[in-house]
Design a protein around this ligand. Structure first.
Ligand code: ASP
Length: 341
């Protein structure tokens, strides 16, 4: 073999190995639309169908990004934007009301390649808070911006702002009135706002959207966006914009997006704890997720769930509530859409 054909052979073998490596790298995405008291008896067939269709639309849009070679961060924001624009979920358009009948939205995103992250808290006029979180990650020197400052930054970056009445939806308003009524009854009994809020039914405390993905380069990403908790007060910030609590991604372990009673998810550092178990204890994402979701946090009263993906394209979606809106799709498993247990 002459020198030229030897070089040709080596180049051909090298590119075949790159192609084989790429083909061997699975792509995968999982999304959630919140966990909580989601029971079949509360749904008409039409309503269930509509929720399933929206979840499918979001997961397939995210998957399409991955399939066409896009990166996991773009897949995550694409899927989340669809859920944020739907009134069905507590994020973006469908955000719940605060005690004072406003909307204060939180979101965060994390890049598994390098632990870069961006987050926003308490924003009132951002149509898609996940896009602003992405701007914070990509184009600021900070990780989290809140309130007015975050909105100033949004204007500077050309992120879409809306009037606050964009977030007004009749069902969420009714929910606020019901929550306030319950708070009033409990408060007069206990004379203690905290105890009253603590005893509010789960339906007022949960709901959020999120996505996790792995792309063709094996890079992981996670994102979460929420309206928080119905009747929340005094600038309350939940777990969703807190890196490590509601969102975490690291190529060494996994990507996680959480939904649940934020105060517990913050204290139990849920998303980072799952990834730490994967990285340091060599646990599967399934085992690590179950340990955290059904472990001491649950025993102390913390309810909710997570979606998890690893760089092998494995997906796990544990939750300790009656249901969790969820969907997934990967190059090794077909589209799955679930709502109930
Ligand atoms: N974790 C969100 C919060 O506490 C709510 C939810 O995910 O259901 O703000």
């Amino acid at each position: 073999m002459n020198k030229k054909s030897l070089v040709g052979l080596i180049l051909a073998m090298a590119s075949a190995s790159v192609v084989a490596k790429q083909a061997a790298q699975p792509i995968a995405i999982a999304i959630h639309g919140g966990a909580g008291t989601i029971e079949k008896s509360r749904f008409t067939p039409e309503k269930e169908q509509a929720y399933r269709a929206k979840l499918k639309e979001a997961v397939e849009a995210g998957y399409k990004v991955l399939e066409s070679g896009g990166d996991s961060l773009d897949a995550v924001t694409t899927a989340i934007n669809i859920l944020e624009d739907s009134p069905f979920f507590n994020a973006g358009k469908g955000a719940v009301y605060t005690y004072e009948a406003n909307h204060e939205l939180d979101a965060s995103i994390m890049d598994g390649r390098n632990r870069q992250a961006g987050a926003v808290a308490g924003v009132r006029h951002i149509k898609n808070p996940i896009n602003l979180a992405r701007e914070v990650m990509d184009n600021s020197v900070h990780v989290m911006l809140s309130g007015q400052g975050a909105e100033e930054f949004a204007k500077k970056q050309g992120v879409e702002l809306v009037e606050s009445d964009y977030f007004n939806t009749p069902d969420r308003y009714k929910s606020l009135l019901r929550a306030k009524e319950k708070l009033k009854q409990k408060e007069s009994g206990t004379k203690d706002y905290q105890a009253a809020h603590q005893s509010l039914p789960l339906e007022f405390k949960v709901g959020t959207v999120g996505a996790v993905a792995v792309d063709k380069n094996g890079n992981l990403a996670a994102g979460t966006s929420t309206g928080g908790m119905t009747a929340k007060r005094f600038g309350r910030v939940g777990d969703s914009p807190i890196i490590g609590a509601g969102t975490f991604a690291d190529n060494q372990s996994c990507a996680v997006s959480a939904t649940g009673h934020g105060e517990y998810f913050i204290r139990y550092n849920v998303a980072a704890d799952i990834c730490a178990r994967v990285e340091y204890q060599n646990k599967s994402i399934e085992q690590a997720g179950k340990e955290v979701i059904f472990g001491p946090m649950y025993e102390s009263g913390g309810t909710g769930g997570v979606i998890i993906v690893d760089s092998d394209g494995n997906i796990s979606m544990p939750f300790n509530t009656k249901g969790m809106y969820r969907a997934s799709k990967s190059s090794i498993a077909p589209t799955f859409v679930g709502i109930f247990k």
